[in-house]
Write a protein that binds this ligand. Structure first.
Ligand code: SF4
Length: 453
């Protein structure tokens, strides 16, 4: 490799690395400033004092729970997950999670605030048994009720769902069930190390539908190992046939710590099938979006199609992208409270030991300046395809059309902006499909071209 794989890739033709092939490196912009500038020192200097301050008026609060267990590790996975924990390990982790929330709920920044949204992410939240789930939710809601939350999302792996478990998930108040389908072909699922198979998708979906979840989302990934033109078309057709409320499609990327990335870096050639080129993945998503639009869906962001936008929202995403607070529990989780980004310790031992010792298990943090908070919201909201300059004028007192004149002009010159006006800035479909590689154009010079994670 000639390049640090942890650099943010710029496959748009205007950045530092222009390869169309899917190389090892981060591509997806999940936050700003890049995680590599967050520091352990800022935990004491910024994160803990922020938690000691009362909350800013009018800022919603969310709760994120990282459930880091999976039946198998997918070859493209870059999350902190465990596949070797037994039921007493899981019970210990859930106990730590509940105690971590008790500690958070005692902080002045969090105490007494209602939860606006809750997100069970992973890992695989549906890995938990019904008893484990009920026990966890009983303890969490004894500390803070989420009865008034606008949305409770729960990520599922289809092979872990039974009708009775789904019934419990529904009864616990989940409003948005997200099914990690990724692909409908058993060969592709096997090649990528997924634990589930196609038969489990149909079964899980039918059970979920019968239980009347307000929103069911299906996740797909364009460009998994072994993906073909014909199979991708079939995946899109099968998705539409299931008629979910929303569909999320990610383009496969290879952050440096996936099994596939390690194989590529070492040259061990464990995987015969390459990941498709960026141009192919973009075309596959474009074709999927067009098919979904023909079926009545609306494109709500670079990754999502929604059947009925007036009914189906994604509160977690929208709140986060507008600077909401979010207490993030669990090993390696990322949160944001009172103007400070924070991440938890990222090993089982260090995370559980900190909570056992009565400390918040934070490992690094960063307090963005007002300008950095503005840029964060701008780049994240650009993923929706349309932003309103008035929103930024009102919130930050900044005219973004002037402040980011050069970046917007470059989007227009490259054909990625359809409209740049006082009312709104809208990306072209081509721009939307590559939005993550366009976003560094808005970064401060100090953050352009540095390691992302
Ligand atoms: S199911 Fe998700 S979290 Fe678990 S190993 Fe696969 S990609 Fe990672």
């Amino acid at each position: 490799m000639t390049q640090d794989p942890r650099l943010l890739k710029m496959a748009d033709g205007g950045g530092t690395a222009v390869a169309d092939q899917t190389d090892v490196g981060s591509y997806f912009v999940a936050n700003y400033p890049p995680f590599s500038v967050w520091t352990p020192e800022a935990v004491a200097a910024d994160a803990l004092p922020a938690l000691q301050r009362p909350p800013a008026a009018g800022v919603p609060l969310g709760l994120y729970l990282h459930i880091p267990f999976c039946r198998k590790r997918c070859h493209f996975c870059y999350f902190r997950v465990y596949t070797d924990k037994n039921s007493s390990d899981v019970a210990q982790y859930l106990d730590v999670l509940a105690r971590e929330w008790e500690q958070y709920a005692a902080q002045p920044a969090i105490a007494g605030r209602p939860l606006n949204f809750v997100y069970f992410g992973g890992g695989t939240p549906s890995f938990l048994s019904t008893q484990q789930l009920e026990g966890l939710v009983t303890r969490l809601t004894a500390t803070t009720s989420w009865a008034s939350a606008e949305e409770v999302t729960f990520e599922c792996e289809p092979g872990t769902l039974s009708e009775s478990k789904l019934g419990v998930i529904r009864r616990l108040g989940v409003t948005r069930l997200s099914l990690g389908v990724e692909n409908f072909d058993d060969r592709v699922l096997e090649l990528n190390g997924r634990a589930h198979r196609s038969g489990e998708i149909d079964r899980a979906y039918r059970f979920a539908r019968s239980l009347d979840f307000p929103q069911i989302n299906i996740d797909l990934i364009a460009g998994m190992l072994g993906e073909t033109e014909d199979n991708w078309k079939v995946c899109v057709e099968k998705t539409i046939a299931l008629d979910p409320d929303s569909v999320t499609i990610y383009q496969m990327e290879l952050p440096f710590n996936t099994t596939i990335s390690k194989d590529l870096i070492k040259g061990t050639q464990q995987f015969a099938d390459p990941v498709a080129a960026w141009s192919t993945k973009r075309r596959w998503v474009a074709e999927a979006f067009e098919a979904l639009e023909r079926a009545g869906y609306h494109i709500g962001s670079a990754y999502t199609a929604v059947k009925n936008p007036s009914k189906t929202r994604f509160i977690y995403r929208d709140r986060l992208w507008q600077g909401a607070d979010m207490a993030a529990l669990g090993v390696a989780s990322f949160g944001h409270v009172n103007g400070v980004h924070m991440q938890n310790l990222d090993t089982w031992e260090s995370y559980t030991a900190a909570v056992d010792a009565g400390r918040l298990p934070l490992s690094r943090a960063y307090r963005p300046t007002d300008e950095e908070r503005l840029i964060r919201e701008l780049v994240l909201q650009l993923k929706l395809g349309t932003i309103r300059p008035a929103y930024f004028q009102e919130k930050y007192g900044v005219d973004i059309l002037t402040r980011f004149r050069d970046a917007f002009a470059s989007l227009q010159a490259d054909g990625y902006a359809a409209e740049i006006g006082a009312d709104r800035v809208t990306l072209t479909r081509d721009g939307l499909l590559r939005v993550d590689v366009l976003l560094p154009r808005f970064f401060l010079p100090a953050h352009a071209g540095i390691r992302y994670t």
